[in-house]
Design a protein around this ligand. Structure first.
Ligand code: AMP
Length: 141
């Protein structure tokens, strides 16, 4: 599948669509999932263009994983989570819905089931409050 410059995450990267950004550097960008599976569900994406694991340049994947590794403990601490699910889908048949590669960092809480993928839009105030928690946790790392 060819990379489509008009996918929604490409638009977020270009600032053409709003998001709840929690982190950005020269290689990666992270923001909250608008339909979270749990509180603090974060998406980490590369600035490099790639559809998924099948076409990303290995060096771009390394940069992306550095971002995931840095953000994972921050998200866990910010949300007082008991654990984290880290997930990544490749192609529609595997559940990929947005065709710019991304890793999901999904906080898990003891005894709390996950919501289904992309099931319900979260309230804007809740997303903003959770983003603020993650940004604050990063600043106190
Ligand atoms: P997937 O491609 O299946 O790994 O999932 C794409 C994810 O992107 C889903 O969890 C959606 O809830 C999420 N999503 C879709 N549009 C947006 C958006 N505009 N801002 C934040 N998250 C989004």
């Amino acid at each position: 599948m060819a990379y489509d410059d008009n996918n929604i995450f490409a638009k977020i990267l270009r600032g053409e669509m709003p998001c709840n950004k929690v982190y950005e550097d020269d290689k990666v960008f992270a923001f909250l999932d608008i339909m979270p599976r749990s509180a603090g569900h974060t998406l980490v994406i590369p600035k490099a263009k790639a559809v998924n694991m099948l076409d990303i340049e290995p060096d771009d994947l390394c940069d992306l994983m550095r971002g995931v590794r840095m953000l994972a403990p921050v998200v866990k601490r910010a949300m007082s989570a008991d654990g984290l699910l880290i997930q990544q889908f490749n192609e529609a048949a595997a559940g990929q819905m947005v065709f710019h590669i991304h890793f999901h960092i999904v906080p898990r809480f003891e005894g709390q089931p996950l919501k289904p993928c992309a099931s319900k839009m979260e309230d804007a105030e809740i997303l903003a409050a959770n983003a603020a928690k993650i940004i604050a946790a990063m600043e106190t790392a």
